[in-house]
Design a protein around this ligand. Structure first.
Ligand code: NDP
Ligand code: GDR
Length: 326
């Protein structure tokens, strides 16, 4: 039975990847950082129905000795480094923590793997945020980077360190440059989920308005379930490499509002307000990915449309609020 170790297993992608790998017959291990709210920390894994099928190990990406101990004990065939301070907006408030976890944390993982499990295949969760102020209309693996936030700068460091460990030590280390991907398990502070949660609350009479930031920003959004499949495909290749994963369609926040509110039969313009509070010191105005290489080499293509995803997210938030209301 192949085994995988996932850092960030309690996050959105960690939950979908766990489910995907369990279905493929893997033994799935995850890194769990200690929290005073231990009762809610496995919530996504519970929601997706795999909490009791994964093995969780106490550790923190910032604590190299804990990582080495876990990698040594598990001796995984595959390591997926998904853990990060992943909220771009927060990275201006906590640039040092973001640098440590999102940037240096990846090097801790690479070091742990190099020291105690050098044959393991390694996946680094790189991001389209690295393209930032875009240098090409459609971004692919050869597009120059221009990070626009402490988060993006930290991801870029982790990305190049992954490339460097591949080239220096011959490690099977691949980097997936994933564009935004969402789901009902998306963190509530990210814009799509904030919108679908707002739609549900307004529909059920629990709120009347939703306050957002920049409605003109455009993103290339896919579904997390499709994107974790791409992560796995990268590690099945004989040769490690870097891949852009995207849908090739970009949509403005205001358009996503229209789709999500429209699904619930609401007019978004009657409910959405904007506030400076949610604007960023430096914005990434538009992202649009070219996943041609992933299509050619991995045979990967997205399966879920934006409209289907938004509908799934709105329905899940309606169900959550109805259940909470009793
Ligand atoms: P989430 O924010 O949902 O999950 C982040 C995970 O990292 C959580 O499990 C969190 O644990 C964990 N974590 C944070 N700090 C530490 C730490 N110090 N030690 C151990 N674990 C830690 O992110 P996503 O699932 O959305 O994304 C997964 C990865 O992919 C991230 O690296 C993200 O930056 C990257 N990415 C995401 C994209 C997206 O659109 N979703 C696109 C491109 C890249 P806890 O539950 O305890 O907070
Ligand atoms: P992003 O996702 O920064 O692209 O990073 P987010 O959903 O936070 O923002 C997307 C765009 O929406 C605009 N926006 C708002 N954003 C939030 N969060 N809240 C608002 O109220 C709001 N109003 C407008 C933002 O300005 C931005 O332009 C995500 C994360 O998952 C990263 O970890 C990942 O690397 C990238 O996607 C790819």
């Amino acid at each position: 039975m192949p085994s995988a170790l996932i850092t960030g297993i309690t996050g959105q992608d960690g939950a979908y990847l766990s489910q995907f790998l369990l279905d493929k017959g893997y033994a799935v291990h995850g890194l769990l950082r200690r929290s005073a709210s231990a009762d809610v920390i496995g919530e996504r894994l519970r929601w997706i129905g795999v909490l009791d099928r994964v093995v969780l190990h106490d550790g923190d990406l910032m604590d190299l000795s804990s990582i080495i101990r876990i990698v040594d004990a598990v001796q995984p065939d595959e390591v997926y480094n998904l853990a990060a301070q992943s909220f771009v907006h927060a990275s201006w408030q906590q640039p040092i923590l973001t640098g440590n976890v999102t940037g240096m944390g990846a090097v801790n993982m690479l070091e742990a793997v190099r020291i105690v499990a050098p044959k393991a295949r390694f996946y680094q969760a790189s991001s389209s945020e690295m393209f930032g102020k875009i240098q090409q209309e459609k971004q692919n693996e050869r597009t120059p980077f221009y990070p626009r936030s402490p988060y993006a700068a930290a991801k870029l460091y982790a990305h190049w360190m992954t490339v460097n460990y591949r080239e220096s030590f011959g490690m099977h280390a691949s980097s997936g440059i994933l564009f935004n991907h969402e789901s009902p398990l998306r963190g509530i502070e990210f814009v799509t989920r904030k919108i679908t949660d707002g739609v549900a609350r307004i529909k059920l009479g629990l709120a009347d308005e939703l306050v957002l930031g920049n409605l003109e920003a455009m993103r290339d959004w896919g579904h997390a379930r499709d994107y974790v499949r791409a992560m796995w495909l990268m590690l099945q290749q004989e040769t490690p490499d870097d891949y852009v994963i995207a849908t090739g369609r970009t949509v403005a926040i205001r358009e996503f509002c229209a789709i999500a509110f429209g699904h619930a039969g609401l007019d978004w313009q009657k409910h959405v307000k904007t506030s400076e509070r949610f604007m960023r010191p430096a914005e990434v105005d538009i992202l649009l990915g070219d996943a041609g290489k992933a299509q050619r080499v991995l045979g990967w293509a997205p399966g879920v449309t934006l409209e289907e995803m938004a509908a799934e997210m709105v329905e899940a938030d309606l169900a959550r609020h109805r259940a909470a209301r009793g």
